[in-house]
Design a protein around this ligand. Sequence first.
Ligand code: ANZ
Length: 842
Amino acid sequence: RKPFPFDEFEPAWQARWDAEKTFRTPNPGDADFDASKPKFYVLDMFPYPSGSGLHVGHPEGYTATDIIGRAKRRQGFNVLHPMGWDSFGLPAEQYAIKTGQHPAITTTQNIATFKRQLKSLGFGYDWDREIATTDPEYVRWTQWIFLQLYSSYFNEEEGKAKPVAELEAKGWTREQIDAVRLAFVHEAPVNWSPDLGTVLANEEVEEWRSKGHIVERRPLRQWMLRITKYAQRLIDELDPLDWPEGIKLLQKNWIGRSEGAEVDFPLDGHTVTVFTTRPDTLFGATYMVLAPEHPYVTEITTAEQKAAVDAYIAACAAKSDLERGDLNKDKSGVFTGAYATNPVNGEKIPVWIADYVMMGYGTGAIMAVPAHDERDFEFAKKFDLPIVQVVQPNGDQDWQGYTDPGTAVNSGFLDGLPTAEAKAKIIDWLESGSKGKRRVQFKLRDWLFSRQRYWGEPFPLTWKDGNHYAVPDAELPLLAPPLEDYKPSGSPEPLLTKAREWVELPDGSIRETNTMPQWAGSCWYYLRYCDPRNSGRFISNEAESYWGGGDKPGMVDLYVGGTEHAVLHLLYARFWHKVLFDLGHVRTTEPFQKLVNQGLILGEDGQKMSKSRGNVVNPDDVVREYGADSLRLYEMFMGPLEQVKPWSMKGVEGVSRFLARVWRVAFEENQAGEWVNSSKIQDVPCSDKALLKVVHETIKKVTDDIAKMSFNTAISQMMVCTNAFTSAEVVPLNEFRALLHVLNPFAPHLTEEIHARLGGSAMLADSEWPKHDEAALVTDEIELVVQVNGKLRDKIVVAKDADQATVESTALNTAKVKEQIDGKTVRKVIVVPGRLVNIVAN
Ligand code: ANZ
């Protein structure tokens, strides 16, 4: 038998919330919309509906947002708290390869499972706003937004995206326009995974490698998005966001802004331009290195060196940037036979090629300063190239390999200047002599946006005579046809190419056969939730202006999810949002104002939960055994939300016992085994001041703690309050209801059930949030510590305004103190008002 009948009342309350649409959120224009209420948009990172169902990690963040959403609703906000499905992706397709079943079928089944599981946890979502990124209506608008990018360019003067139609009006040619579109075709070495049958974005490579997949470099024609145009804004506009500093830093580092200079090195009629962050070290540049792919390599290589250079280039082609850039890697390279001129001193320096210089960064060429750059130092030692000191360290460190700022030496007109000043001076010198210029460089690359997979949004584009064309808006969504066989061919040919009838159009044009990456859908889902059934626009102006209203740059007030999205989803969504902002479609400049990362829940063994370790906890089992409220409460009681913490079934039992104690304050079992109202519960005013104080302290602390997202401390306080009720002779109904009110967002089923059985009419979910009474918090008694000869011996409670004599005599007369001073003479009694009494006796 259950300690309280959660198995009966939990499903009943869920059914009632569903039937009454308790958590439906009205939109501007709806009859029941109340425009006087402020908005609060609280969002969970929507799940990928995998075949294995919900994991106990999901409800951690979802419970936190549910508590906040439920509390905010009751505090007078219009709360938007939606849920949906990030349902494109590889696993559904891999399942299709095995079974031949269309991915839409598996996806629908998985969504049904996830939805049943989420409903069994009693989350207050507005299910009328449910969306799946695979819904044809959703795909339609994802494709429409892509076409917005496709038909825009970045206007450098205004620093924002604008329609290419402007350029057409100015008479730009098609080719010129194609070269500046925010979505553009590009042929370049990309990350190709033969076993996944697709290319990957730089941001994705590490994850798939770590899962054992092969990722190689291979030149391919791909669709790219010009995210690099937004690099500076993506850094600057992080500042006003309320995000964890660690995540901001990860994004900043990923975008990787470097300030420096371009320097031109003459070489037999060519000019080789390098990018350097240390132009102050120009006098120490003793050789140059070009990336093996640098276009000048074949032209400058001498006949004697040609064979060695060609062999080296061939060997590099297969390596990724990550491998090539590895600091610990043994340095390799080949001399081209050519010499360039160092513009600052006219010295001839040898030009090498080496794979530690990447074509995709800066200019693909460097000036090597072995004395003050680690990789150049290793390289110079290995190939016996000259090492010239040009920076004097600030301390007494060795100058060889010294990379920090110091003072310029052996550097002509720079000598004696600190590094920062030397940089400024040499850049001025370069600029005035047209030998180089100031330059800011970003690590961020354009976003490789096409995939060769099946289960993604097709690009709404067609090709004819080598040109691409947008599919008209009226023809969206453009859905992929079903295939007989979903297997990757091993070649980078997109899977959709197999669907000949779909690809070839009557007018002789053909469809683009690449599909979008899974990130496309999650780039804008938070916008669609605001107006999910709009068939005329991706979001109406009214909905956008209400849910994006306020004075904050970010639209979503609170976004909760895992840290794994630091540089993927969170960067991509910010980029799309800024484009939509530039084009006038949204008024906010950022999607997510406040971001909170929940900590990973580990298995009981302290290891990451995984099928192979067999330590995965299924939420269904916990709900069956202990109820949804216990699972919710436990996940919030485990520790601070952002901390990594191990699962413990004992812990679940513990919170379940707490909920049973709350239940038994209200009810007792009669002879027939039925729960009847406890005789202790009485509808009387509370005359117990101490009890009243605990209750109001609880209202105050839980309210504050929810606002701070400090859920575990809120629960502790409610435990203290419950204990006070348990030990009270009489439980005044109103005060007990106050506890139910604040416990409600945490344990919504239990509290609604008790509240209703005790005669509560309106649901707690629809009741105003309680306010604490400041007067109940102040007490007229205070506690003092009593010391004897400086040692703590007892505590006394006296009236707040008690005089010195009363305090002294109370302290001297406690049993413990009497025992201590027995046979001694009291020499002195010191009273520190409000704190302590010290008795000196010997
Ligand atoms: C000379 C120099 C002297 C450098 C020195 C550093 C220290 P971040 O901060 O990452 O932007 N570099 C430039 N382009 C490169 C490429 N395509 N592949 C590999 N390395 C490249 O680093 C910029 C520095 O990385 C540049 O400054 C350049 O080396 C190197 F004492 O130039 B430096």
